[in-house]
Design a protein around this ligand. Structure first.
Ligand SMILES: Nc1ncnc2c1ncn2[C@@H]1O[C@H](COP(=O)(O)OP(=O)(O)OP(=O)(O)O)[C@@H](O)[C@H]1O
Ligand SMILES: O=P(O)(O)OC[C@H]1O[C@H](OP(=O)(O)OP(=O)(O)O)[C@H](O)[C@@H]1O
Ligand SMILES: [Mg+2]
Length: 299
């Protein structure tokens, strides 16, 4: 049995969210020993246990208080919330952070040969989906009478199999739809991965641990969006250089040994440096322009 004093975090065992969720936990300093077959993984340096489960189970585990935290796609979270509300079960949780992965959209798609004019073309049709509650809410909001047909997988083959006229499934690049002769028509829900917490009170120790981990997580997320930029610039163009660098207030300006009219400029930029900006910097005489990734940061 797992010790209940340890913070329990639910993560997807194997799928689209697994690697990024584990990478984020490791990046904030949690050492993990993951054995592929095991449901529970213990951290070796923090009072944390991972519950490795199907993503469908994560909202319920957090809402029932079995897990303290969970990494989950908003699509799955919202679907399970609607499902529980319709069964009069409690569906409360706290969203701690919206993350930078798991980006996708739940969309309605029809076979390429379907004569689709507008949503009204779906009137009286069957639409296969893994997200019947989200889809039915969408149809209700739009005043369309169509039937959601629940399938747990292989949704994209439903029209060819004669199970449904259209589908409503997750899309990212659109490659899956294209490979199955389907065209995306209407966006039902836009989603990203989120970190959620159970809504009840946590022990002081668990609350303190979360309070230490969240700023680290912010640091990792912020670092991913930031770049360290170094370049050599003519002294006389320093102001122009500053105005060209994105999201920069106070660059570090350093002398270059043996050269009087040029300086080294170092800045942390909140945005990436586009090729066009690098070309402009070069045009006013900058050289040795380097753009480096940042691993961690703390304000
Ligand atoms: N193509 C995609 N690009 C980015 N994120 C995606 C993509 N497809 C799905 N996701 C996000 O990742 C979540 C998990 O997707 P995945 O396909 O691994 O789920 P699954 O097949 O239901 O897995 P499980 O076996 O855990 O039930 C989705 O609910 C969604 O939030
Ligand atoms: O628009 P695309 O970039 O093609 O991505 C969309 C596909 O990705 C997801 O499935 P995944 O590949 O995770 O496999 P699964 O169907 O086994 O869950 C989703 O269910 C779609 O099928
Ligand atoms: Mg699933």
């Amino acid at each position: 049995m797992s010790n209940s004093n340890r913070l329990r975090i639910a993560v997807q065992k194997s799928g689209r969210l697994s690697d990024d969720s584990i990478a984020l936990l490791k990046a904030i300093g949690i050492k993990l020993q993951i054995r592929d077959r095991l449901l529970i993984a213990h951290s070796t340096n923090q009072d944390i246990d991972l519950l490795r489960v199907r993503d469908d189970d994560i909202p319920g585990l957090v809402m029932d208080g079995v897990a303290d935290l969970g990494f989950i796609g908003e699509n799955e979270l919202e679907e399970k919330m609607l499902e529980r509300q319709s069964a009069n079960k409690t569906a409360s949780f706290i969203t701690l952070r919206r993350l930078d992965y798991g980006g996708c959209r739940l969309s309605i798609a029809v076979p390429n040969e379907f004569n689709y004019q507008s949503l009204a073309s779906l009137e009286g049709k069957k639409v296969a989906t893994t997200y019947p509650y989200l889809l039915e809410r969408f149809f209700k909001d739009k005043g369309i009478n169509a039937q959601a047909v629940m399938l747990t997988g292989s949704v994209e083959v439903a029209p060819r199999a004669g199970v449904a006229d259209a589908i409503c499934d997750l899309v990212s690049t659109g490659a899956t739809l294209e490979a199955n002769g389907l065209t995306e028509k209407d966006e039902v829900f836009v989603s990203k991965a989120v970190l959620i917490q159970k809504s009840g009170a946590l022990s002081e120790e668990k609350q303190a641990l979360i309070a230490r981990l969240l700023p680290r997580m912010d640091g990792v997320l912020q670092a991913k969006e930031s770049k360290y930029i170094m370049l050599h610039a003519p002294k006389e163009y320093l102001e122009q250089v500053k105005s060209l660098l994105p999201g920069v207030e106070n660059p570090t300006v350093l002398p270059l040994s043996g050269i009087d009219n040029r300086v080294a400029v170092h800045v942390v930029s909140s945005e990436t440096l586009f090729w066009e900006t690098m070309e402009k910097l070069k045009a006013i005489g900058c050289s040795s322009i380097l753009v480096l990734p940042i691993e961690k940061m703390m304000a």
